[in-house]
Design a protein. Structure first.
Lengths: 178, 178
């Protein structure tokens, strides 16, 4: 069961730069999911997230048209799924079925949450002005969920060509940083 | 000694989402450096990088005026330095001296490289249209350097409030992903 994550904490899961999964729900179609590593925080609260979804991605049309998506952060244990999703297209594959992911209903968007993810961020598209030039969407996270069973689960970070680092040691350095 | 890093490989050091250091060189002033975790790749080659530098950051004026900077990726061994730099201001601190960092001359920009970094990316500001709304600068990396002594050194990822994860295991999943 997912538990609500306060919006003020959303940045703590995007700022570390994990590989993410982006789900979309085109009308009359099955939900789709893509692997996404080009994203960043733009504001703490309400949480704004910039992300690149290229026109060549099958998810582009659904995201652009419905203006909704979910960003899910998968645990490192799903590395093969993450890579597999990044290597096929929703144009000919039902990825949720193919990779045995559990779609869960979201509360504010039609795109599904992913039951196996550490966190799920329900997002709406806030600004498309940079889509034409940079494939850059600005999203606002309107609702967030965390999976209590995966608290502090290591995330994946992509270094290119299927090379990932897995989160190792957690350290704390005394800080005034927000 | 830094070794040239092909521009086509720059994304491999930003896409994993590490904490970075951003150096700037305002005219007639000492070089400055800030800690930056809000950044993303926008294009492979020439490498385009989006990053947030807020008006409240002392580095903002230098970046905005000179339109040049260096993005350095520090190894995890520098966690205290990274945190320290994020907790003081160039307005009253000579951070290179204070944190014992080695400024090295860059080839295309006035801002210095950091001798202790894994990679240094010389960048010029390409687009400031999103600065007013999102504090978002679009940079183009024009020259890149890697430190052979720090090849595959673990990076830091910031989870908020001085909590970091350190890169652990490296894994490879067979992939067609670029």
């Amino acid at each position: 069961m997912m538990k609500e994550l306060p919006l003020a904490k959303v940045y703590q899961f995007i700022e570390p730069g994990p590989v993410t999964l982006l789900t979309t729900q085109a009308q009359g179609a099955k939900p789709n999911v893509m692997t996404m590593s080009w994203h960043m925080m733009l504001e703490f609260e309400p949480p704004l997230i910039g992300c690149v979804v290229a026109q060549g991605n099958y998810s582009f049309a659904a995201l652009h048209k419905t203006r909704e998506c979910v960003i899910a952060v998968p645990p490192a244990s799903l590395s093969k799924v993450v890579s597999g999703i990044g290597n096929c297209t929703g144009g000919d594959t039902d990825k949720f079925a193919c990779f045995d992911l559990t779609p869960l209903p979201a509360s504010h968007v039609a795109a599904p949450l992913i039951g196996e993810a550490i966190v799920n961020l329900e997002c709406v598209v806030k600004d498309t002005k940079m889509v034409r030039t940079y494939n850059l969407f600005i999203l606002e996270c309107v609702k967030a969920w965390e999976n209590p069973k995966l608290k502090d689960a290591p995330m994946l970070h992509h270094h290119g060509y299927g090379n990932f680092s897995v989160d190792g040691e957690r350290i704390h350095v005394k800080s005034k940083m927000r």
